[in-house]
Structures are given as structure tokens and as C-alpha cells.
Unconditional design. Sequence first.
Length: 87
Amino acid sequence: MAGVEKINGVPVTETQIAEWVAEAEAGYDVEALKRRGRGRPGRGAEPAQVVALRLTADELEALDARAAREHKSRSELIREAIAAFAA
């Protein structure tokens, strides 16, 4: 090998490659792979919309501080604020 191949910064060994080849040659259960799903789980019956939001540095800092205090994500806090506003 000319250079060292890495995955997430970890060098890939010849042993790992041989194991992956053996696994591929043995075949995969396509139905099991399809069942794994992709992406984040849904939040409702319909796909959720992604909405861009621009915040100032001060607004973002305040949001992150509150999120840290409440052990929540930015998105959770924003959704809660919208729900409270719309109620």
C-alpha cells in the first residue's frame, strides 16, 4: 500500500479488509438491510419540514446556555417556544 488508509482516523489493516471481503462474499440479507431504515426517526405521521432560522451571536449564545441548563437540544427548545407561542 502506498499510503495508510484510514476510517475515522483509524488505520485499516489487511486483516480487516480480509474480514470484509469474506463477509461480502458470504452475501448479505437484503431484507434485513432494508429494515434498518435511514436518517432520524419521524416526529409525526408526515415527514417534518426543515426550516432555516437566522440568529444573532447573542441569541444563539442565550439559546445554547438555556439548552445546557435544561439538558435539551436547540431544536427542542425552539419547538417548545413555538408550541407555547401558538397555544
